[in-house]
Design a protein around this ligand. Sequence first.
Ligand SMILES: [Zn+2]
Length: 165
Amino acid sequence: MGWTDERVELLKKLWLDGLSASQIAKQLGRVTRNAVIGKVHRLGLSGRATPSKPARPVFKAPRPPRPVSAPPSAPRRIAEPVVVAAAPPPRRFEPEEPGSATVLTLGAHMCKWPIGDPSSDNFTFCGRRSGEGPYCDDHAAIAYQPAQPKKRGGNELARSLRRYI
Ligand SMILES: [Zn+2]
């Protein structure tokens, strides 16, 4: 496909009108954008020296930048409060209910888990029936597994103690 004078003139006109190479290629037909660019270059038109003619605004409006975070209008986020998996407060075994045994009443098969301040009158021992060791099952679990202080029997133990007191 050669460049006839007419086509070259049209090319010049369109180029000076501010059309892009691909737009010109479409107008001319049967020619690629690259061919248009090459021809423009050879014709020395690449400068588009047309100060008198306002160039057609061919630029695209820049896209608005993506919001970094979800837009505040997203109702779903707000409607659903973040449920922090109700982590139970770190339950320490102490302070706890006074035990059922004292130094005087502590028997051989009673849990010897000390409760309270040994120097105070309130000092007691757990006093529940002990297992193989010196402690009841709950206290044995604490005594021998310090890495797992959150044994679930805490409440149960407290209830049991209350019954005995
Ligand atoms: Zn105990």
